[in-house]
Design a protein around this ligand. Structure first.
Ligand code: NDP
Length: 449
């Protein structure tokens, strides 16, 4: 590329999308630099998917220890140490940050540990004041938790802070009923905290199939999580003893030690200087892009949560990879957004790919729905009566399976494989023709008639 620039590519944000784009662009021969104001790895690695999943695993032992008695085990003196789990998780995050940093080094990507903002179509300004120019700029700064404007918001935490709690809260109030709210409600409930979820509507996990969410809710309640629906959080008061009092629209105030706010995430574009390159932000602060992730400015691209297309790590990685192949690899390609599998690591987890039953009915009219409502074998000797539930949504005209929806143990692990079938356009007849793997929960997928 032209020698007139300091770099062929300057990436702002070393999260999943930014690191993948940097590595692939460098492998195509580009001279690349990345700026990161916090830690290399981004939300997923540092304060999101990875540490969250480790906490989910840590909290599972509570159920496993409980169920162990049914299988003949006597476990005496079992104790839980929040500080130990928190610190193990933090050390794994450190390990992963080093691995991500090595990836950049091994691919000869320069990294600047400071904030960078756009100062023109081909220039960025570092917080040290240094200006750097680049043929292309990629914005991959991600999103940030939204803190609603409530009185006492300064007493609340978000998912950014929850991994560092000095001690396990005795009473936790969670605002919101989306992914983050319910995942952490499950974790802290299993770890023995008294958890109340407060939400403005009576809908949990909007976007997931109604049969899954209406199965999940009573299970979470039976496990001891309280819900206040249609009851917005209005004010958080700090008492003289340091504890909190949460005021909702109706009902008695809730005493709490920690209030976790999880009401969505917004593109982290404030003060990023995009107007200097003629880029106008969307209503949620997101950067509008074309299918190749190009912004309104020819030399500036954006990938991942900052574009608010689909806020999931694997999507950001695909977008970053496609960008690098398009611009530096001579292989223009966009990311396909059909059949994206997703999961919520509640307890039990749910997972889905493709259309929900309601979406399919609205879009296609004639569909067939197959369901399996079963008691997982693992729960047979357990005190819990929790049942699993799988649903296949099939297009009547073509027999194609266009949606798979699951709640039950290991649902995310099983669903990833089912997503291949949906992506490949396999039919219900293909599912039926597949021999069951017995005994397993996954076999339910090929036994629904
Ligand atoms: P979600 O969009 O999942 O849920 C937001 C919740 O907050 C909803 O219950 C919503 O209520 C409520 N809410 C929204 N705005 C307000 C407001 N102004 N006041 C009060 N309540 C409000 O957001 P999360 O923060 O949980 O997660 C953000 C994104 O992160 C997810 O969309 C997902 O893409 C990603 N993520 C993915 C995970 C995974 O893949 N397992 C895990 C964690 C995050 P209502 O529905 O009633 O409108």
């Amino acid at each position: 590329m032209a020698e007139q620039y300091d770099y062929d590519l300057f990436v702002i944000g070393a999260g999943s999308g930014g690191v993948r784009a940097s590595r692939i662009a460098a492998s195509h021969g580009a001279k690349v630099a990345v700026a990161e104001e916090f830690r290399i790895g981004g939300t997923c690695v540092i304060r999101g998917c990875v540490p969250k999943k480790l906490l989910v695993y840590g909290s599972h032992f509570a159920h496993e220890l409980h169920d162990a008695a049914g299988y003949g085990w006597t476990i005496e003196g079992a104790k839980f140490d929040w500080g130990a789990l928190r610190d193990f998780v933090a050390s794994d995050v450190d390990r992963l940050e080093k691995a991500y940093t090595s990836t950049l080094d091994n691919n000869k990507v320069d990294h600047f540990h400071e904030r960078a903002v756009v100062s023109g179509p081909n220039t960025v300004r570092l917080s040290s004041g240094r200006e750097i120019n680049a043929h292309y700029i990629l914005i991959a700064v991600g999103a940030w938790p939204v803190m609603p404007a409530i009185e006492g918001a300064q007493h609340c935490i978000t998912s950014n802070e929850v991994f560092h709690l000095p001690e396990l809260p005795r009473r936790l109030v969670v605002q919101g009923a989306g992914y983050i709210a319910l995942e952490f409600a499950g974790i802290f409930n299993a770890l023995g905290c008294d958890v109340t979820v407060v939400n403005r509507s009576d809908k949990i996990l909007r976007g997931y199939d109604d049969d899954l969410t209406s199965r999940l809710l009573p299970i979470m309640q039976a496990r001891g999580i309280s819900f206040r629906f249609n009851n917005p959080l209005q004010r958080v008061e700090k008492l003289a003893d340091g504890s909190l009092l949460v005021h909702t629209a109706e009902g008695e105030p809730l005493p709490a030690d920690v209030v976790l706010v999880a009401t969505g995430r917004r593109a982290k574009t404030d003060g990023l200087g995009l107007e200097s390159a003629g880029i106008t932000l969307g209503t949620n602060g997101e950067i509008p892009v074309d299918p190749f992730s190009k912004t309104a400015c020819e030399s500036i691209y954006a990938v991942g949560d900052v574009t608010d297309r689909v806020q999931l790590t694997p999507v950001a990685i695909r977008e970053g990879h496609a960008f690098a192949d398009t611009v530096f690899g001579g292989n223009p390609r966009s990311t396909a957004y059909d059949a994206i599998p997703s999961a919520v690591f509640t307890q039990p987890p749910l997972a889905a790919v493709g259309m929900t039953e309601a979406e399919a009915r609205a879009a296609l009219g004639e569909i067939k729905v197959f369901t399996s409502d079963f008691r997982p074998m693992k729960n047979m000797f357990s005190a819990t009566a929790e049942r699993g539930y799988y649903k296949l949504v099939v297009e009547a005209k073509t027999d194609k399976v266009i949606g798979v929806h699951m709640i039950g143990p290991e649902a995310p692990e099983i669903l990833q494989v089912a997503a291949i079938a949906v992506k490949a356009g396999l039919t219900k007849a293909d599912f039926d023709a597949t021999m069951a793997l017995h005994p397993s929960m996954a076999e339910e997928l090929v036994l629904m008639r």
